[in-house]
Design a protein around this ligand. Structure first.
Ligand SMILES: Nc1ncnc2c1ncn2[C@@H]1O[C@H](COP(=O)(O)OP(=O)(O)OP(=O)(O)O)[C@@H](O)[C@H]1O
Ligand SMILES: [Mg+2]
Length: 355
């Protein structure tokens, strides 16, 4: 089988087991993003695939070859780090050629590969410069070029854009997406930035405490988060979580909010509370006659829409959305409409139960 597969891999640092029985399959040509907060195990997992960390138990398959025992150089992968140290005394071309010289590739082939990578990354005019004469984004491109010339089976990126300023991050992100389309290679990309994950990934692997919370396409993890953790981590501003009690039975089930308002649910959930109703700001909107009322505390005008931070009568805080031309001011009493087709319900374990 092509691609990369982890089968029940575990990893200990000293006596502490950080990764336990983790399994994951990445298809050939897929762009997979590892997304999670700091310390969730993203780098460790990537380094285990690269061979920079050992795998204590379990199997790693790379393009059908059992690889957990192979040295990093034998795995035919290229890794791009956040701190992409370039050799300062070498030109761009020499930096890209360095790894290939080391493995003894003939000079003609090295030249051809460097030229091709430079063309792809639109760096032909920069080949004679040294790193000090490049912008941060250009340096990052050299680091990616250094990976491309290796013609690896897969690219592994560990937060490669986090040293760039916001505008350059967006530009380089688009370049990476284009590069993936052109090369068609398998790419694994680590980030804690959910926008990068949503925009780049074919599938996102969401990690929490070194465990996989969910694997899915960006739209799947956004619209059908499997857990409260995923629901809260993906999406900005974050989903609202409202403590509720369930009332009724059969097909007339509802969730009662802390202020007494009742939100109808489509079906009775299985599981045990305490329950939380999840609703994203775009599904909780300022309307003329909604399900409940709240007092606006802060109003953020984003141009195309307005975010209204508000408090229900029992003190529960929510973020609601209004149009760009919203007339709501801080202190106003507002009415909130719930889009009941966009509700999420989480049980006492934080698991999503369909409503
Ligand atoms: N060499 C090490 N020795 C001991 N513990 C380690 C080592 N490397 C990582 N860890 C632990 O493993 C866990 C996962 O760390 P890891 O670096 O993979 O997280 P991360 O998701 O990449 O975080 P960040 O977003 O901050 O880079 C953390 O609890 C960390 O403290
Ligand atoms: Mg990391």
């Amino acid at each position: 089988m092509a691609g990369i597969a982890l089968d029940q891999v575990s990893k200990k640092f000293g006596l502490v087991e950080v990764i336990r029985d983790l399994s994951l399959e990445i298809l050939e040509g897929e762009f997979v993003v590892f997304l999670g907060p700091s310390g969730s195990g993203k780098t460790t997992l990537l380094r285990m695939i690269a061979g920079l960390e050992s795998i204590d138990s379990g199997a790693l398959m790379i393009n059908g070859v059992r690889s957990e025992g192979l040295a990093p150089g034998q795995r035919n992968l290229a890794m791009v780090f956040q701190n992409y140290a370039l050799y300062p005394h070498m030109t761009v071309a020499e930096n890209m050629a360095f790894g290939l010289k080391n493995i003894g590739l003939p000079a003609g082939q090295i030249k051809a590969r460097v030229a091709e990578a430079a063309r792809m990354l639109e760096m032909e005019k920069l080949l004679a410069r040294r790193p000090a004469e490049l912008s941060g984004g250009q340096r990052q491109r050299v680091a990616i070029g250094r990976a491309i010339v290796k013609e690896p089976k897969a690219f592994l990126f560990d937060e490669p854009l986090s040293n760039l300023d916001a505008a350059l991050r967006v530009r380089t992100r688009v370049e990476l997406a284009e590069l993936h389309q052109r090369l068609g290679s398998t790419m694994i990309y680590v980030t804690h930035d959910q926008t990068e994950a949503m925009t780049l990934a074919d599938r996102i692997v969401i990690l929490n405490n070194c465990r996989i919370e969910q694997v899915g396409t960006p739209i799947e993890v956004y619209t059908r988060p499997a857990s409260r953790f995923v629901a809260g981590f993906v999406g900005s501003p974050s989903m609202n979580f409202l403590p509720v009690t369930l009332t009724g039975n059969g097909d007339r089930v509802a969730a009662r909010l802390g202020d007494g308002a009742v939100v109808p649910l489509l079906s009775a959930p299985a599981g045990e509370g305490p329950w939380e109703l999840g609703i994203r700001p775009e599904a909780l909107t300022v309307v003329s006659e909604g399900l409940t009322r709240a007092t606006a505390t802060v109003v953020e005008r984003l141009g195309d829409r307005t975010l209204v931070y508000a408090k229900l009568s029992d003190g529960t805080q929510v973020i609601a959305q209004d149009s760009g031309k919203s007339a709501v001011k801080a202190g106003d009493s507002i009415s909130l409409g719930f889009d009941t087709s966009e509700l999420h319900l989480f049980d006492g374990q934080g698991r999503a139960v369909l409503v």
